[in-house]
Design a protein around this ligand. Sequence first.
Ligand SMILES: NC(=O)c1ccc[n+]([C@@H]2O[C@H](COP(=O)([O-])OP(=O)(O)OC[C@H]3O[C@@H](n4cnc5c(N)ncnc54)[C@H](OP(=O)(O)O)[C@@H]3O)[C@@H](O)[C@H]2O)c1
Length: 322
Amino acid sequence: MLAVYASAINRDDPLSGLTVGERPEPEIPDGWTAITVRAASLNHHDLWSLRGVGLPEDRLPMILGCDAAGIDADGNEVIAHSVINDPSWHGDETLDPRRSLLSERYQGTFADKVAVPRWNLVPKPPELSFEEASCLPTAWLTAYRMLFTRGALSPGSTVLVQGATGGVATALTVLGTAAGIRMWVTGRSEEKRAHALELGADQVFEPGARLPERVDAVMETIGQATWAHSIRALKPGGKIVISGATTGDAPPAELTRIFFLQLSVIGSTMGTREELGRLIRMCIDKGVRPAISRTVPLSDARQGFEAMLRGETAGKIVLTNS
Ligand SMILES: NC(=O)c1ccc[n+]([C@@H]2O[C@H](COP(=O)([O-])OP(=O)(O)OC[C@H]3O[C@@H](n4cnc5c(N)ncnc54)[C@H](OP(=O)(O)O)[C@@H]3O)[C@@H](O)[C@H]2O)c1
């Protein structure tokens, strides 16, 4: 079958290990099933994998992709929840120390077919296209948990999102706005800031800009490049919810400010199957849809990877398979 996979790891030149070619169809363990993939969205995670983060060389070749929407063996339209747990695990899936995402230990979604545990299948509602549905399981689910579960934010709060056009950043802006939260967004160019305004941001700022007032919470995925600004943006007692560190994880920690202003630093990772169900319900009830910046056929996946590497995003990049 056609697949997009990591054939080598290269920290500095990740796309040198990206291959589009034939791979064997997945084997289906007991309790698992196969999905015929119709759409799969790209995440920064796929670039991390090609750099060897979370993907050791001895697991290659590894089909990339965490997210998929497609058709299951019984002909149902489904979305794959990407968090794969140890079979003995009970409770919040994201807390299982042995969890993995599709494409880390088990082959990923950038292929004609992907195998997943039956439990990980979630019905795709007819209101969402396959392309839209494929954006939900990683970036959008992460944003949902950051805002509503870990951040526990209420309507009327003011929240700063660092980054305007990435997958998680656009999801935060759209979901927060739909929930009545005042979303302020930083973006690296005029065009990116304009995009955030189109998505519903209340105000936009250049990275590091002085804000009109301090905020209740900051949503962080960028790390080193924005951490100091994020900490300084918070009002006393405010919270920073972090799910990524795209530019590195060694910023000055700002310890004095954290204890003196009694700030909370809250980690957040992916989300549960139940949260995915609630996110889908929210998309339908509020009429919100993932922002998709480009859709390319699976065979042209390299174009999508190149765009993400250059930071040329305006929402999600989706690979389609007809
Ligand atoms: N913990 C989890 O479960 C989880 C889940 C999803 C994602 N993540 C992590 O979150 C991060 C974002 O993922 P994604 O898929 O949304 O990536 P993406 O689509 O590539 O978006 C990258 C974002 O980072 C910003 N950015 C990148 N480099 C920057 C720099 N040098 N200075 C300022 N801003 C910069 C961009 O801002 P502009 O709009 O200004 O370009 C953009 O919003 C990744 O590190 C990913 O691994 C973690």
